[in-house]
Design a binder for this molecule. Structure first.
Ligand code: FE2
Length: 214
């Protein structure tokens, strides 16, 4: 796997639901953001300390409980910002003075690197993927050989169809897909690989997708 040399990308599993968490950041300054802190703030902090990371922010792919339930200790103790899509459903919107609601395509700086927020509704109205060069963090939008469920409050299978076809599939095939849960047979894949094995990326019509997803 060829990741950008200036990038820290550290994937790890936490909690009972197979959530992947990530540190993403600047290899030179070792400044990182935590993506979707959940389940065990202490374990996350210890890992950061062990690896010499300086946590400067939190990126949220969406507001579901299993992606945010360890958010508050970081905001309270480190007084850092957390970025969530402005489009997220009110039911899933954490409340904290450090929460920053971002518009689609916003750029977030971590040290010298700049990460783009791609708005990818479907699993929730404010789901977003984080993009940096050939890396895409997909949250619960894309899984290895799967995609996020669309039947929860604010879920929208038609929006998911458009997200997959108009956002995800438009990315370069060499893009590495890093997901929000360990649901598939491997921890990550390229988009090209997923085009071959992910049934939700292979649907030829919206009707076919809706039938499969729901
Ligand atoms: Fe979710």
């Amino acid at each position: 796997m060829n990741l950008p040399e200036n990038l820290i990308l550290d994937q790890f599993l936490l909690g009972p639901w197979g959530n992947y968490m990530y540190f993403i950041g600047d290899a030179q300054s070792r400044e990182v953001a935590i993506v979707d802190p959940a389940w065990d703030a202490e374990a996350i902090s210890e890992r950061a300390q062990k690896n010499g990371y300086k946590i400067v922010s939190v990126l949220l792919t969406h507001g579901h409980v299993d992606h945010v339930n360890a958010l508050m200790p970081f905001l309270d103790n480190l007084n850092i910002p957390a970025y969530i899509s402005e489009k997220e459903h009110p039911d899933y919107m954490p409340e904290h003075k450090n929460l920053i609601k971002v518009a689609p395509d916003s750029m977030i700086s971590i040290g010298q690197i700049s990460i783009q927020c791609l708005h990818t509704p479907g699993h929730s109205p404010g789901s977003q993927c984080f993009s940096y060069e050939n890396v895409l963090l997909t949250g619960d939008t894309v899984f290895i050989n799967g995609c996020g469920r669309c039947d929860l409050t604010g879920g929208d299978p038609e929006a998911m169809y458009h997200t997959l076809n108009d956002v995800i599939k438009k990315l370069p095939p060499s893009t590495f897909i890093f997901t929000g849960h360990q649901y598939g047979p491997k921890p990550y894949d390229t988009l090209a690989g997923q085009m071959k094995t992910n049934p939700y990326l292979q649907c030829e019509t919206k009707e076919e997708f809706l039938q499969n997803r729901m």
